[in-house]
Design a binder for this molecule. Structure first.
Ligand SMILES: N/C(=N\S(N)(=O)=O)N1CCCC1
Ligand SMILES: [Zn+2]
Length: 259
């Protein structure tokens, strides 16, 4: 099986061959049509979305051939909002980005693409025993989506952007002896978000993700975005445009926590 990727020959339009769920009923990402999103106070009312992350004492970075990923080793928990009382454990974070600032995010907002999108991937530790156990369950995963826009540098992201040069080739891994607090990767406003039931945005595209996409973008500097674009993917090309375009909404409703 040719390895999936983002080129014409192995990109999102070809994934359905090996992963038929690509045309499923709850695929991600989606275009968020802001006027169609339904305000739902009890998504926020009952218990607000809350993160309780433990800062990483060292940072494990991996170029996995289609993104730059930071493996989380500490116990960090996401709960509340659409997740109710279930506690979702932070497993890893990674990003998607474009070759230029005008594209790169996976979710779009009224058709607008951001330059990049950061994903914090969590699994339901209240119901399942591991990420691998949870990854195929309909309530198994929760991913925080943070839009990235060019601007001032994000200090907490420096440990990743400053080390991309040492992670150029696919499969490269490194451990950086520095702390990282995932909370500081989030936008200042974490009350305003859209949420809907979706999937992994890369193969195997499992329909197991409760998506929470924050309205407020976070700024990364031009240099930080350039560092991502200089990574090399599993085909030996510059890792750029590693985003899946929006999938059909089908019979789903997007909820929002703000008016
Ligand atoms: N596609 C994924 N996350 S994402 N892009 O849907 O957040 N993953 C694949 C395996 C682990 C996470
Ligand atoms: Zn992702």
């Amino acid at each position: 099986m040719a390895h999936w990727g983002y080129m014409t020959t192995n990109g999102p339009s070809t994934w359905g061959k090996d992963f038929p769920i690509a045309n499923g009923e709850r695929q991600s990402p989606i275009d968020i049509v802001t006027t169609a999103a339904e305000y739902d106070s009890d998504v926020l009312g009952s218990n607000a979305l809350s993160t309780n992350y433990t800062p990483e004492s060292e940072v494990k970075l991996v170029n996995n051939g289609h993104s730059i990923m930071c493996q989380i080793t500490k116990k960090g928990v996401l709960t509340g909002g659409p997740l109710g009382k279930d506690e979702y454990r932070l497993e890893q974070f990674h990003l998607h980005w474009g070759a230029e600032d005008n594209r790169g995010s996976e979710h779009t907002v009224d058709g607008k693409m951001y330059a990049s999108e950061l994903h914090l991937v969590h699994w339901n530790a209240s119901k399942y025993s591991s990420f691998a156990d949870a990854v195929q369950k309909p309530d198994g995963l929760a991913v925080l989506g943070i839009f990235i826009t060019p601007g001032v540098a994000c200090n907490q992201f420096k440990v990743i952007s400053d080390n991309c040069g040492k992670l150029k080739t696919s499969g490269a891994e490194m451990t950086v002896d520095t702390t990282l607090d995932p909370t500081l990767l989030l936008p200042s406003n974490t009350s305003d978000y859209w949420t809907y039931l979706g999937s992994l945005t890369t193969p195997p595209l499992f329909e197991s993700v409760t998506w929470i996409v924050f309205k407020e973008p976070v700024e990364y500097s031009k240099e930080q975005l350039l560092a991502l674009r200089n990574l090399v993917d599993s085909d030996g090309n510059h890792m750029q445009d590693n985003y899946r375009p929006p999938a059909a909404l089908k019979q789903r409703k997007v909820k929002k926590t703000f008016t």
